[in-house]
Write a protein that binds this ligand. Structure first.
Ligand code: SAM
Ligand code: SF4
Length: 475
């Protein structure tokens, strides 16, 4: 079922660069869409097959509104048919913004003397986690600048600290990481802390563009970054997240770069990345970069619909960089995770909310400032179950996205009931009354629609247990 082209299996080697720019451009230049071809490609994806680079390029080249609409409809259908109506919620937690690189697009770049620099102390980290737990968060991603201080032991200690903070029923059950590339020993050390996903974004897959934006510090080495998650795999971290910073270079090239990265993992490690991210450039402190590759909302939504179809079993993350109306549209194309109640300022989760955003204290501008509860309310209105589920990770079921997609009945047996259980915990412990009423009404509806009577019975029993104070129940 996997698209795993033999030539990549032979050509790709662990920890060796794999992007062939000419190959990518050739696909973009030669793939011509027509309505029959597009229909067949979408049907292939709906039939649970990965798309080739060439097929992806054909979708990329669709500009005729009718064809673009078909792509978006295809992504929606894929989501509805394969993934159930649920969305996983998380929050980013910035641990420190010291940085020795000078990425031109980032507020933390070393040349930006206006940025307020700091690193959370142990107690400050604990306070941020308590504030997040008090809102109902269960899954965090810890974010770091690149600095000798943020070495593997430092990241290890931060992760351990986060897992130890418990308040009432509050606890963080999964800690993901977004930090600089490490060597294999460094990744091993961080893995020991019990991390979930290690995310590293290539920013741009185009070597020339990469060189323009990254002229200083360790990040100037394109190959070291491109092969970073291979080293993570060598260290035993098979749960990795890739991404491209949309707006640095031609989005069509980046889309194929991401797919090529997936192909590389599948060719060399036999497992795709856990997630794909597509952060789009936002304003940042004293930012002054060109707008040549700015991506319109139109192209951005099309890009994400294409990614959904091209790698139908990979998790997709959409962050609060995007305004609510863009997030709402894209959610329908099969995004699996979003952040909620986001604040990316250091110590931001304990600050007075009336203070607002200050770009000199942040990496970039956030455009969706809704609280976690507001986001949850809106998901409920859309009939989507907000999920804080971490059960696969804790039950040792790795590669859950792939299982969701490929194991018949997996979503019905595990994901949907677990989403419901974690949502019920939220409703019991953190939700205001109106959310609780609407939330339980949605849960009731979901239960009524369940076909498996025995599973339904077990879920109802577990839900009753949650109502009487039991926590962390899952299938
Ligand atoms: N310092 C680490 C690194 O560079 O890998 C951690 C990553 S950084 C804290 C998280 C991500 O934010 C970057 O990889 C980049 O893709 C994204 N980012 C940086 N500046 C941005 C901006 N102005 N708008 C949107 N995203 C941005
Ligand atoms: Fe530093 Fe990361 Fe920002 Fe680059 S993107 S300046 S490495 S924090």
């Amino acid at each position: 079922m996997l698209y795993n082209p033999q030539n990549y299996k032979v050509a790709d080697k662990p920890m060796e660069p794999f992007i062939d720019e000419q190959e990518i451009w050739d696909f973009i230049d030669s793939s011509k869409p027509d309505s029959h071809k597009v229909k067949d490609i979408i049907a292939k994806s709906l039939d649970k097959h990965r798309l080739t680079l060439e097929e992806t390029a054909t979708l990329i080249n669709c500009t005729e509104p009718g064809l673009v609409e078909q792509i978006k409809e295809g992504a929606k259908t894929l989501k509805e048919r394969i993934y159930s109506k649920r969305i996983v919620l998380f929050a980013p937690l910035y641990v420190g913004n010291l940085c020795i690189n000078n990425c031109l697009y980032c507020g933390f770049r070393v040349s930006n003397t206006m940025q307020h620099r700091s690193t959370l102390t142990h107690d400050e980290l604990v306070n941020q986690v308590i504030a997040l737990e008090d809102k109902g968060q269960k899954r965090l991603i810890l974010v770091f600048g690149e600095h000798p201080k943020y070495n593997p032991d430092f990241i290890y200690d931060a992760v351990k600290t986060v897992y130890q903070v418990k308040k009432g029923n509050g606890e963080i059950r999964r800690v993901n990481i977004n930090a600089a590339p490490l060597d294999i020993d460094g990744f091993r050390r961080v893995k020991e802390a019990g991390i979930g996903t290690y995310q590293i974004f290539q920013e741009t897959y185009h070597r020339g563009a990469y060189a323009q934006y990254h002229k200083k510090g360790p990040k100037q080495h394109y190959d070291w970054r491109l092969t970073a998650l291979d080293r993570a795999q060598e260290a035993g971290i098979d749960d990795v997240g890739i991404g491209a910073l949309v707006g640095l270079y031609d989005w069509r090239f980046e889309t194929l770069g991401l797919i090529r990265h997936v192909n590389h993992f599948e060719a060399v490690y036999n497992v795709g990345p856990h997630t794909i991210s597509f952060p789009r450039i936002q304003n940042a402190s004293h930012l002054n970069i060109g707008k040549d590759y700015n991506v319109s909302n139109e192209d951005f939504t099309k890009m994400i619909a294409i990614l959904r179809l091209a790698v139908p079993y990979t998790g997709m993350i959409l962050t609060a960089r995007e305004p609510a109306f863009v997030r709402d549209e894209i959610l329908e194309f099969g995004v699996s995770q979003i952040d909620g109640g986001t604040n990316i300022e250091i110590k931001g989760y304990t600050k007075d909310e009336a203070e607002g955003q200050n770009l000199d204290k942040e990496q970039f501008q956030i455009n969706d400032n809704r609280s976690l509860n507001e986001i949850i309310n809106e998901l409920v209105v859309k009939g989507m179950i907000p999920s804080f589920c971490t059960s696969c990770y804790r039950a040792g079921r790795t590669g859950e996205h792939f299982m969701e997609f490929s194991v018949p009945g997996f979503i019905k047996r595990f994901c949907q009931p677990n989403a419901i259980l974690t949502f019920a915990e939220y409703l019991q412990d953190y939700a205001p009354e109106d959310t609780k009423i609407a939330g339980y009404a949605l849960i009731e509806k979901e239960i009524t629609e369940m076909e498996d009577a025995s599973l339904k019975q077990k879920l109802v029993e577990k839900l009753e247990a949650v109502k009487t104070g039991k926590r962390d129940l899952y299938f």
